[in-house]
Design a protein around this ligand. Sequence first.
Ligand SMILES: C[S@@+](CC[C@H](N)C(=O)[O-])C[C@H]1O[C@@H](n2cnc3c(N)ncnc32)[C@H](O)[C@@H]1O
Length: 280
Amino acid sequence: MDDIKELVIDIKSPETFVNNILDQIDEDSDWPLAVNPALIVDMNNYNECVNRGRNVVEMIVERDLYALNILDFGCGDGLVATEMFSRGASSVIGYDIQKHRFWRETEELTLTTDWSEVVSGAPYDFILLYDVIDHIMDEEPHQILSKLKNLLAKDGIITLRCHPWIARHGAHLYTQMNRAFLHVLFTQEQLERRGLNPTPTRKVVHPIFTYNKWIEKAGLKVVKEEKIVEPVEDYFTNNELLKSIIQKHYVDSHLKEYREGRGDLSKILSFHFVDYILKK
Ligand SMILES: C[S@@+](CC[C@H](N)C(=O)[O-])C[C@H]1O[C@@H](n2cnc3c(N)ncnc32)[C@H](O)[C@@H]1O
């Protein structure tokens, strides 16, 4: 808190002040971390990504994958799909809009950017969207969910991990600068000036409301909803300047109390992820 308290003195222009704070965040800063450093995976290291793939499946996939036909939508490096295949699935397709250099296919494990291959592999018993839906910028999320619903087997399920923009690590800046809420508190321009490039992310400021709207519009039903939350530090909620910058993201909120600055920001800022199990 000390570095901000000192800077708060004599502020004439909040914009200049905010730019100054970003320049002053260094290793010694009190600014809270976005992610526990022990949990950050080096995405260029193949073995670390293999381990991450295993951990993701262990954490998020609650069902036996034996003999299932599976789609990993937005599969990234393909190592979650590979791990699911190694657990006895009969066939796994990993689909993404871009190829990844870690992709290694086998006869029953397809990694592809070709949507027609996904369609011809349907129906799927299990579809995974892990940290994808918030990062889809070229189509509406409910349309993607609706397309996937049509590819689902009668008793199939979709597991959806949402990673809201308003989360402390929502735009994945932590591999570049591991400090919480940078993408919420600074503009794209300010971040870029500092050499930081956030992952393109939809601006979700009321996670549960927005995700439920996408799911409902897609005609899917919620079997389970789990919020992964952790209390946010006072550092953000006790500082009037930081609070006022966060508050600006709520000017168009559908909730009157948030529009008028009376909403519970601590609650909203505590979201890390929201996990869903969905069915037709
Ligand atoms: C944060 S990464 C997550 C990747 C992977 N699920 C994982 O956890 O390792 C988001 C992924 O969504 C992919 N993506 C973005 N838009 C997409 C779209 N319209 N269709 C499929 N994948 C998309 C990106 O290319 C990227 O690989």
